[in-house]
Design a protein around this ligand. Sequence first.
Ligand code: PLP
Length: 370
Amino acid sequence: MSPTCKPGILEISPYVGGQASVPGVAKVFKLSSNESPLGPSPQVLAALDEAKASLSLYPEGSGRLLREAIAQTHGLDAARIVTSGDGSDALLTLLANAYLRPGDECLFSAHAFLVYKIATLANSAVPVIVPEKTTNSVIKVDVDAMLAAVTPKTRMVYIANPNNPTGSYLTRDEMARLHAGLPEGVMLVIDAAYSEYVTAKDYEAGMEMAARHPNVVMTRTFSKLYGLAGLRIGWMYGSEAVCDVINRIRGPFNTALMQQLVGIAALRDRAHFWQAVKHNNEWLPWITAEIRKAGLRVDDSAANFVLIHFPVCGTKGEKTAAKADAFLKQSGVILRPVGSYGLPDCLRMTVGTEEQNRLAVSLLQQFMAA
Ligand SMILES: Cc1ncc(COP(=O)(O)O)c(C=O)c1O
């Protein structure tokens, strides 16, 4: 008989990443994982070269060099930052490992990032899934419904802001209202993986809240706008007490020197950063408008992807998400089916290069016109 794992773990559906290949199709256009079409800064390649000398040695354990660079870039206290060499995913999980006890309730919204449920179940805690609301054709976290779901057993709340896969965001005031309604002993984890893309003036990534409130933590990543998804660098900002807790349970050398040096190089190349922002600002509205012109609902997005809704049964016959997905894949364009996020009639499309965007849009237009 094999040993028994903790209750909850076998209820987990393993995370499946965005598809990267299509059988029989030589050239693919991967718009399924919200990666940056610009890739990393050229300066990152020089940093990688420099880091080669460090491969045989353990890194300094606290990620000090990277923490200091992040602190300098964002005006934060380096002592209140924890870095990760396994993405922000690992930090979202470590927070659950540290704070969720068996039977505790963890709140997140209906179409939230899948890792929250995995981290909750892995700790034998109870996922409490709160419906979102649709306003002006945007599916969004419902602050009132979240607060109504709080019970004496609630221990943690995860909010992706902006949310993946809906692309919607909570304003600074909405997030403050959510926090104000939570008991002090409840941890609010603000997952700001896409914050670099947000241009709305009423948005705040979570730094201000985490600076002020001991029960707020913000997580960030180098995987998206910085174009470094393959190198798995993430970080979090929280109170000294929370960082102390996470530092006790994280891997002793959880951020390789190579990851630190690359992260620092990425942070320093502001020109590349702004180029990536500009690219998104140009193509996100274009994609949204063009796909809408094809007759599909596309939600306004604050991030680097859009959520496209397909009619299960439209006026021109069945134009389902599954059929659209199959049609696009014949030409090598891979979008992300989001049935596992509770959105079986939708596909998520990442903003790609100009070539990728034009091809994906024209295929969607052909699909709808057929
Ligand atoms: C909302 C959200 N949070 C976190 C992550 C994970 O990012 P990382 O690559 O830092 O683990 C993702 C990646 O898809 C995401 O969409």
